[in-house]
Design a protein. Structure first.
Length: 316
């Protein structure tokens, strides 16, 4: 696992491919794309770690965004063509009232320029052809939304939100609420889940390491980014059956504690074996039955560390 600070001006996939080349990796994937104009935290998975990418796809996110009021573009950001310009005559009271509409739980209509698909076709491809289709509203949550700076037609916000939230849609809807229109000028993802962008590496830092072997030292062990999930230790015999796709039973003493802890993330737990260390993710039921979900093969070497208690930070 690598936490990358994606630069401005390139797609998430291009950033992934550059990191993949620098690490000489055969298998890689990212955990939720950022727009080309966006910078910030992009968790990248390599090898077996791609099996747990969904954990990050579903994580909450934090952003900093600079919004230009008074100008609407077809893409919702600065790369689009200007569709409409309006006079910006907004008071702080009006701004605060408008922002209040976007706090908490509500339904957001995704932008046309998004990777969502209609009949197998990404919406952004349809949008580039001048085609607009109806999009169903999606339930989203905004946990925090605050003004960082406001000067003239430039507004800076910090946003803490759920998965599936579109900052470009926020700018669009806020501009509509204020009656002047708006679009995103700059965007930075500052955190994914509990991991801040300050712990991420740039592509330049990765390249400066000199060789693929040296760069791999920056990779985080898979279980180090999953310490928010409860840990289960299994004897080798039970771990062997779990790797074969079979469910196994936890020891009675551990059942109640583990089942009580595994109430989020779809009841996922980290699974360790006595000799192999971390072997993957499983689901645990109330009666202590452990069912494999994402099992790593081949297993970690025998000297793999036991479950860490505190998540260490990746190197800068």
């Amino acid at each position: 696992m690598l936490f990358l600070d994606k630069p401005d001006g390139i797609s998430s996939n291009l950033a992934l491919q550059r990191a993949k080349r620098l690490l000489n990796a055969r298998k890689a994937g990212h955990t939720g794309s950022l727009d080309p104009i966006a910078t910030g935290l992009l968790p990248l998975c390599f090898g077996e770690t791609t099996k747990i990418s969904g954990v990050f796809l579903g994580a909450d996110k934090r952003y900093w965004v600079r919004i230009r009021l008074g100008v609407v573009t077809d893409t919702g950001d600065r790369e689009g063509r200007v569709r409409r310009e309006g006079r910006v005559a907004v008071t702080r009271r009006q701004l605060d009232a408008a922002l209040e509409r976007f706090r908490g739980d509500y339904e957001q209509i995704p932008p046309m320029y998004s990777a969502l698909k209609r009949d197998g076709q990404p919406l952004y491809k349809l949008a580039r052809e001048g085609i607009t289709v109806a999009r169903a509203p999606r339930a989203v949550s905004v946990y925090a939304l605050s003004v960082e700076k406001w000067s003239g037609d430039l507004l800076e916000l910090s946003v803490s939100c759920s998965r599936g939230f579109y900052i470009r849609a926020l700018a669009r809807d806020l501009g509509d609420a204020l009656g002047c229109g708006a679009h995103v000028r700059e965007l930075r993802r500052t955190a994914v889940g509990d991991f801040p962008v300050e712990d991420a590496l740039t592509l330049e830092q990765l390249e400066a390491a000199g060789s693929p072997d040296a760069r791999r030292k920056f990779l985080l062990p898979t279980d180090r980014v999953l310490t928010h999930l409860p840990a289960v230790n299994l004897p080798d015999s039970a771990a062997f059956r779990l790797r074969q796709g079979q469910s196994v039973q936890l020891e009675t003493a551990a059942t109640a504690t583990t089942a009580a802890m595994a109430t989020s993330e779809n009841d996922l737990v980290r699974v360790y074996s006595d000799s192999a260390g971390f072997i993957g993710l499983a689901e645990v039921s109330d009666d202590g039955k452990v069912t494999p979900k994402r099992i790593f093969n081949p297993p970690n070497p025998p000297d793999s560390p036991r479950p860490p208690h505190d998540p260490p930070k990746p190197p800068h």
